[in-house]
Design a protein around this ligand. Structure first.
Ligand code: KG4
Ligand code: ZN
Length: 365
């Protein structure tokens, strides 16, 4: 257990504002989540079918101070009781990241607390250790609206990236497909729901990169194939799509995307088993797309066949939240990895700086 100088467990506040969730949590080194407040901006971005960075940043400004107060109230602690402030300082939408970072710096400065700068991706990567006893190294599939990566998590701040997307993230592909099909935002849950009533074999969509070596991902060709199939149907059916057409398109898209992910993860598992001989091999899946039952079902089958255990954090810790940032704070506090108050917000911050850049990946690398 991590102790303060006065021998009590450490208490870390985590602040997250890198995308469209404003979140503040307070977590102890004894893995107790005392508060985990998440305010989603879903409704504000809904009319645009995606996150608008300017709207996101303004909304973080409007709500963050209130959420800090609310988290303290929920946890029944004062700022003076905290051991440190952990905050996402990248990667993400830079305006939002700056809002969180400036707030954290102000609290750290005024209360003379250590500041811990956290990589948002590391929040997703380590969140499983907040709820389960899991040792390094484990394989991590991080699938969210902004990221799609396969990594070996070797330790705090120590990663080997096996693959990343060369274009869209998996969640982004769901969101764009939902928009094409006229479904709700965010697209993942809407596409999954429609797919339940659809025939996944009706449309033969591509499985991008399937059969190729390595573990990079690609989804933009799949999205284009959905557009083409929709246009063909519209041309054949006097400009109309039936509900069954939409469900079949959704189911065929979801199946193709799942197949593509499984193929890429399979290669990653081969590499992990060969290069990391262990008694217990583990695949952790995190990020908003980890909520998808079809993807989880196929990953579970794959892991069973290869002797790996499949783990996923509970859903509320899978999507963006402050507890995962506070937890990285706990892990870094133990190693006294503190930041200076002049630490910068960064839009791009790869977990594995030695991994070759993936063309087209942008901040998703
Ligand atoms: O991790 P997250 O909350 O935020 C990011 O860091 O991006 O992930 C949000 C993404 C969205 O793209 C959303 O469409 C997707 O996760 N998502 C899903 C499902 N639920 C959320 N994708 C597929 N199936 C779902 N059930
Ligand atoms: Zn995230």
């Amino acid at each position: 257990m991590i102790k303060n100088i006065n021998n009590s467990p450490s208490l870390i506040m985590g602040i997250e504002s890198s995308c469209d969730e404003t979140a503040v949590a307070i977590v102890s080194s004894e893995k107790e989540i005392l508060a985990n407040i998440i305010l989603t901006q879903l409704e504000e971005h809904k009319p645009y079918g995606g996150v608008v960075p300017e709207i996101a940043a303004r909304s973080h400004i409007d709500h963050l101070n209130g959420l800090v107060r609310e988290a303290l109230g929920k946890a029944k602690v004062e700022l003076d009781d905290l051991s440190a402030i952990a905050v996402t300082s990248g990667p993400g939408l830079i305006g939002g990241v700056m809002v969180g970072l400036m707030t954290a710096k102000a609290i750290a400065f005024s209360k003379n607390l250590p500041l811990i700068s956290v990589n948002h991706l590391e929040g997703h990567a380590l969140s499983i250790r907040l709820t389960e006893e899991i040792e390094f190294p484990y394989l991590l599939l991080l699938v969210s609206g902004g990221h799609c990566q396969l990594l070996v998590v070797k330790g705090v701040g120590d990663y080997e990236r096996l693959g990343t997307t060369i274009d869209d993230a998996a969640g982004e592909a769901f969101d764009k497909t939902a928009k094409i099909l006229g479904l709700d935002y965010p697209g993942g849950p809407a596409v999954e729901k429609a797919a339940l009533k659809g025939d996944s074999s009706r449309f033969k969509f591509p499985r991008p990169l399937k059969g190729k070596p390595g573990s990079n991902f690609s989804f933009s060709g799949l999205k284009t194939a959905v557009v083409r199939a929709k246009e063909k149907l519209l041309a054949e059916q006097d400009g109309t799509l039936t509900r069954a057409d939409i469900c079949d398109l959704a189911a065929s898209f979801q199946m193709a995307l799942t197949d593509a992910i499984i193929d890429r993860v399979k290669n990653g598992i081969d590499y992990y088993l060969e290069h990391y001989p262990l008694n217990d091999h583990m695949l952790v899946v995190a990020g908003g797309v980890a909520a998808n039952s079809k993807i989880k079902e196929k990953l579970s089958g794959l892991c069973e066949g290869r002797g790996l255990k499949l783990k996923a954090p509970p859903l509320e810790l899978c999507t963006d939240n402050g507890a995962m940032i506070a937890w990285v704070g706990v892990e870094k506090f133990e190693e006294e990895q503190f930041s200076e108050l002049d630490v910068s917000a960064v839009a791009r911050w790869p977990l594995d700086p030695d991994a070759p850049p993936a063309i087209g990946a942008g901040v998703k690398a």
